[in-house]
Design a protein around this ligand. Sequence first.
Ligand code: ADP
Ligand code: ZN
Ligand code: ZN
Length: 674
Amino acid sequence: MSHCILQIALDTPLDSVFDYRWPCAPGAEPQPGQLALVDFGRREAVGLIVAVKRETDVPAGKLKDAIAVRSQLSPLPERWLALASFAADYYQRPLGEVALPGLPKNLRVATTVPLDRAIKKLARLDVASDPAPAGMPVLNPAQQQAADAIGGAQGFAPQLLYGVTGSGKTEVYLQACAQVLAREPDAQILVMVPEINLTPQLEGNIRARFPGLLVATLHSGLSEGERMFSWLAAHEGRARIVLGTRLAILASLPNLKLIVIDEEHDPSYKQQEGLRYSARDLAVWRARQLGIPIVLGSATPSLESWHHAQTGRYRKLELRERAVKDAVLPRVRVVDTERDRPKDGLSSQLLAALRQRMERGEQSLLFLNRRGYAPVLTCEACGWISNCRRCSATMVLHKPEHRLRCHHCSLELRIPRACPDCGNVDLQPLGRGTQRVEEGLQAMFPQARILRIDADSTRRKGAAQAAFDTVHRGEVDILVGTQMVAKGHDFKKLTLVGVLNPDTALFSQDYRASERLFAQLMQVAGRAGRAGRVDGGSESEVLLQTRYASHPLYAAVASHDYDRFAGGLLAERKQAFLPPFMYQALLRAEARELAEAIAFLDMARTLVETDAAITINDPIPMTMTRVHNVDRAQLLVESSSRPALQAFLKVWLAALRAVKTRVRWSLEVDPLDI
Ligand code: ADP
Ligand code: ZN
Ligand code: ZN
């Protein structure tokens, strides 16, 4: 028996491709894309075969045999391997770390037991495929034009679907999908949403529209069995529509013919740890690789996508009106809290508007991007404040849970009975979070059904879904929530949105803060009045409470003028040499002492030679410097040329990896928070 060499990627932090020997019967060699079980260090691990070769540089005495090759699973397609390689290369991470974690756990466990058992049982859930769509509403002309443009596009065709909130983008996606499925008998479509909470409503719409079709979901809330089922259904081409969050971009989809990215502006498309990839950007790459259309939809596109649409790289499709007859964008009132001082967080204008909705049996939403009861507990006698002892942050008062909690390191303490410094028993909460707003509302509207939706109220599995269902059933009068409630949801009975204290973002150091705040306010405003005005009901309204009532950002929200606002921001970015006119990477360092982190970055800065195309800035402490007893600093690298930046990063990282240091460091390409 002759032998071949399997080049195998393993999920390891450093260089992750290793050679193993394998007996190769002629004509029955393993193929790239298959999984193999190997000895690695002192353990066994499952890896991905990326190449099958005749020779290796590993000396014969050191070369190990692979233990087994998983033959039941058809190999991951070559184009999928190319996607994983691109992502690894672009984000400067080892291939194994990109390719393996996305696979279902059952495929990755180090066992030689055949896979069949899991799979067969779940496969019974499979249904016959029949792409005849059911119950399609009549599109308005703008929707029809967009659906035809997407559904009829050939080859790589990136399109930006810019449609105001409630303009019926979902319906455009569904009908574009229907066109593709009708034309291409085996087509698979990937539909992505930024947040897991947005999957149920869209999943329901998709299933209702395509009753005979196998629809699979991929997100972090699935059980291992469900994930295995969905992943395999996608990999085997049986799932015709795959609906998922950002991790779905790495699903194996051999017959992928269309990609839909809903709410494309949403920062949640960016993974914030480990492999810090942008699922949206990878989706565009994947569409180009496969030569297929992709649609990016939003009422508030990211400046990157908007810029591409302005320069013609993306085709722009526009929906300027709301879809439902009589539904118009809500009237936005900017409430000056210097004049109309809030009591328990509510101005008299907002209070009156809430009363009116209560009387008419309509729903209201209060949006406050701060969970907990109050961000700080203080002692007015001596000035003590509830600082976290491990972070440069305060511990947040959580009243129902009787706890102080740090939102950065999850330290929890019982609420102190008295000031730890001076013994004063009269400690005061300072500021206002969703719990406190909820408490105030309960006192003001004892008869109202009030529901709070935030990360705390939805911790249990299924709790978020149950809460959103309650809202959709009309069993809630006033909804209080964080950004969780601001996105995407199609609340049909909601006619009032109150925005409490959005001002802090106006003064953030992060140059993206205003883009984000604007998008967030436009999105939350877009939850009001989506079903039109019914039976003498209220005009839909947004009340925006601010101390800076004349700020141009709020004026732009009030006039629903995304175009002009985005144009202004882009001009600023261009002048200041910021993305999308610059490409950036961020080197982060963590150490016990800030000085150590900074010293490491100073060293990193001069480690390799740079040319004029690359700018390396000074190291600076991160805004939130200390988290969990670790100090953090960062170094920003910039270039106006993406290839130049990529080339530099490659050389730089090779040199950095050779440095012996106690400092923990990581690199992020195209960082979102700097
Ligand atoms: P968007 O995602 O653009 O914010 P949605 O897709 O949620 O908006 O649509 C908003 C509402 O309009 C939904 O209730 C949807 O059912 C309705 N809708 C969409 N298209 C049409 C249409 N052509 N005729 C009537 N109603 C429509
Ligand atoms: Zn005190
Ligand atoms: Zn902390």
